[in-house]
Design a binder for this molecule. Structure first.
Ligand code: C2E
Ligand code: MG
Ligand code: MG
Ligand code: MG
Length: 282
């Protein structure tokens, strides 16, 4: 799908899931083992302030380093994990890996910035999330302000009150929350009004043709103005060109993320960027 554009187009599970249940079972057991065998890793993509190009944070994006198939992207295994009760253990691994990485950078004397992790609907329903997050932060002595959580609006369809209460507690404990893929799903205005979020991330499907598609341009401009009037920050996802960047700056967008600045990369490739703290305007 477009979501994994830029990634290898190899679809590991999409075809496999239609195959025999024996094959599916085999894949599942491989996947379960992958958690134990430490085959997952996080790649990091900077979130950049649009005015001065400073790095305000990093988004952690999971990858599966499959021994035979190489790097597999999350769109190819997150739903498998969700459908087989594996998203909670996987999500816990992500919390741990992100905090561990922050501790590593800090240990190297690098100026750290907040790391945002993506959390699935199913994880929000698990009443151990808050405890897991707080325990892991304590384990690595990371301040709650250094961890952010990204949720999509799909988290709030089934049980709005329960999901928003979990976020409420996380926020009370110092963890900032952003609403991801904004505009693609169930963008009820109630979400913006009630949820304890500090930012929305406008989905990249609205950014892609922002220069040529007037509807996209209008939607983005109106969303920015609506969000600002509600006191929310606006992040544009999937910024790939200078032209998109200029357009978004004119529209008053606050922050951007995308291949224009940096593709998601391994933690070791972020070192120099953390040191510099910003990109150089060109
Ligand atoms: P997302 O949270 O919206 O993350 C942004 C996705 O857009 C990432 O894809 C990123 O590589 C890609 N991207 C960033 N900039 C650009 C750009 O300029 N152009 C294009 N074409 N793409 C760009 P990725 O890493 O394949 O992740 C896909 C989705 O998988 C994420 O979307 C998120 O919903 C989910 N995901 C990733 N990591 C995790 C995780 O640890 N846990 C959970 N539950 N979901 C995750
Ligand atoms: Mg995200
Ligand atoms: Mg997104
Ligand atoms: Mg997403």
């Amino acid at each position: 799908s477009a979501k994994s554009a830029g990634a290898a187009t190899y679809r590991f599970f999409d075809t496999s899931l239609n195959a025999s249940s024996a094959r599916e079972t085999e894949l599942l057991s491989r996947f379960k083992r992958a958690i134990k065998d430490d085959e997952f890793c996080l790649h990091y993509q900077p979130r950049v302030e649009l005015q001065n190009f400073s790095v305000l944070g990093l988004e952690a994006l999971i990858r599966w380093n499959h021994p035979e198939h190489g790097l597999i992207y999350p769109n190819d295994f997150i739903s498998l994990a969700e459908n087989n009760d594996l998203i909670v253990p996987l999500g816990n691994w992500v919390v741990d890996a992100a905090c561990r990485q922050l501790a590593v950078w800090r240990g190297q004397g690098l100026p750290i910035v907040p790391v945002a992790i993506n959390v699935s609907s199913r994880q929000l329903k698990d009443d151990t999330l808050l405890e897991t997050v707080m325990t892991t932060l304590a384990k690595y002595q990371i301040a709650p302000e250094m961890l952010e959580i990204e949720v999509t609006e799909s988290c709030f369809i089934e049980d709005f009150d329960a999901a928003s209460q979990v976020l409420e507690q996380l926020q009370k404990n110092g963890i900032k929350i952003a609403l991801d893929d904004y505009g693609t799903g169930f963008s009820g205005l109630k979400n913006l009004k009630i949820l304890p979020i500090y930012a929305i991330k406008i989905d990249r499907s609205f950014i892609r043709d922002i220069r040529n598609d007037n509807s996209d341009a209008v939607i983005v401009a109106s969303t920015i103005s609506l969000a600002h009037n509600l006191g929310l920050q606006v992040v544009a996802e999937g910024v790939e060109s200078k032209e998109q960047l200029v357009h978004l700056k004119t529209a008053g967008c606050d922050q951007v993320q995308g291949f224009y600045f940096q593709r998601p990369v391994a933690a070791t490739e972020i070192d120099t960027l953390l040191q510099r703290g910003r990109f150089t305007p060109s």
